[in-house]
Design a binder for this molecule. Sequence first.
Ligand SMILES: *[C@@H]1O[C@H](CO)[C@@H](O)[C@H](O)[C@H]1NC(C)=O
Ligand SMILES: *[C@@H]1O[C@H](CO)[C@@H](O)[C@H](O)[C@H]1NC(C)=O
Length: 669
Amino acid sequence: MFLIFPLRAVPIMYSGLNILLFFLCIISTLSPTLNHEFHPLDSLTPSELNQVKTIVNETIYSSSSSSSSQSLSFHYVGLNEPDKPVVLSWLSSDKNFTKIPPRQAFVLARIDHKNHELIVDLDASSVISNKVHDGHGYPLLTSDEQTAANNLPFTYAPFIASIEKRGLKLGEVVCQSFTIGWFGEEKTTRVVRVMCYYLDGTVNLYMRPIEGITVTVDLDEMKIVGFRDRVIVPVPKAEGTDYRQGMQKPPMNSPTKEKGPSFALEGHIVRWADWKFHLDFDMRVGPIISLASVYDLEKDEYRSVLYRGFISELFVPYMDLTEDWYYRTFFDSGEYGFGLCAAPLLPSKDCPENATYLDGYFISQDGTPGKLPKIFCIFERNAGDILWRHTETAIPGKVFTEVRPEVSLVVRMVSTVGNYDYIVDWEFRQTGTITVNIGLTGLLEVRGSPYTYKDQIHEEVYGTLLAENTLGAYHDHFLNFHLDLDVDGYANSFVKSKLQTTNVINKRSPRRSYWTVITETAKTESDAKIHLGTSAADLLVLNPNKKTKMGNYAGYRLLPRSVVNTLLSGDDYPEFRAGFTKYNVWVTPYNKSEKWAGGTYVDQSRGDDNLAVWSLRNREIENKDIVLWYTLGLHHVPCQEDFPVMPTISSGFELRPANFFEHNPVVQV
Ligand SMILES: *[C@@H]1O[C@H](CO)[C@@H](O)[C@H](O)[C@H]1NC(C)=O
Ligand SMILES: *[C@@H]1O[C@H](CO)[C@@H](O)[C@H](O)[C@H]1NC(C)=O
């Protein structure tokens, strides 16, 4: 993880300070135990996670008189990052004389069936804050409790009888825990629905749901508190569902060969071409890109672009109203941990041959750190695209062509949240653009049904008949991105521009119409809530204190690739819980504790702590340290090609410089 790779033609002018920093990295590289001294935004190391476990455990047990009755489980541990001003001042200080800001952990734990939020100071070896959350909702589910819940039905006589009644073999049944959402109940308890699937001749369990059996498990008591066997629906057949290579007929494609790494990795800092950024892993959100800055050849300095960027929440509501489906309105980050679900990447398959792999660390339910191997890959992409070109034919007697091929750097993670696999790519381009691409693949969530042909269906089935007895349910994916842009400094403004059609009057031109740009700087949060798609818009985060030589403000544009809005009504329960889907774009003032757009306690949340609620304060956002939140969506109407495994579909957006550079920054490439 801490290897150094040779720099390839990187246009970096090292200042004295940078040389020192570079040197420090080499030292820490040789001695990984020192590594956490390196950067205040580094994720907690395994030894720090162990410390968290010990400190929390000791505090809880010593503060209780009847210690044997205490139950403690860890649901989330992440870096409690220092406030931004502290990080920025550390960055600009002389590292020889400045200590790294205190290392702290933010912990969500359940202690005696209560939600606790703790801050652990690792330098002081103590819990410095321990708050009980009496509000609604619960923290992320742990993997251990899901496993325990999934095993319960196998020792529960009524369930075993239901499986036998269906003529199924118990040994071929696999169960999964589903969060249940919130639908207006006064009181909630920490329960999940355990849904089961059938293997028997396939590994594609998701294509073989066992419908009609509802098992409700209380996670705190870890016991079955509800059971219903309503109807018997045929289990879709195994034939044609297996997607493993050995089960397919040739021919297969072979990947193209690429050359070795050409970026530098020092601790958690990645340097490539004109980019420099910090990459880390969080068990809740997955990859976090911090302090991304781009080298400006003309100014001979790195200029800041993105202070911190990550997927803050994912919302996946299904549109099926049947008893075992209506509540399927999942929050993959706040309920299951998008990082925790990261899959080890397969070299040369998930990523090209020139990729370098990194590990991540999480904390398990009892506080023991665990390693997630090879969850990030970083590679240079040479996809055969054109960075820029021109063929000149207008000069008599001459024809010449200039072309520059495009090369970019990709950071990839795949999160497999149950049936779905999300591919997250952060791509850094030589032009100063950051492209985020989200790919969706894996297995659909299907409902078993008696139907074997479309013409038999004369009722609402909420999906597409994909194979015999197999309905692919309609659903959405909404991903909210927390994009704390610091364009050339942290004081920024958000400017939305409308392209407006203007009719020509008074015959002042033979033209009848043209469009022009109407710009408006958002003063407060309500000015920056935007529904895209109604008119052509240009969305810009700019630094009102930095101008180009031409007098334009230095900015970055948000360019969504497609525009998808929620189709649920505003008074629907899942919709207030996922308030961040109401608009495509939001802007808030920087506040370290406003990180997760769906709130902190998302399981069974009621929508009283999320981006939509925070922004009701309507705070000032002009010429301030601001955060842009972008909600990317996909509506999915399944089709037969999505069976038995879905080909990747994708969406994404770009953050692209706009009057940030004095001219095309890649003319000199
Ligand atoms: C927690 O602390 C108690 C009391 O000090 C100790 O008996 C127990 O082994 C500790 N548990 C863990 C998991 O460290
Ligand atoms: C930061 O956000 C939290 C959560 O919305 C809020 O309680 C707190 O008052 C905010 N702090 C400031 C300084 O606005």
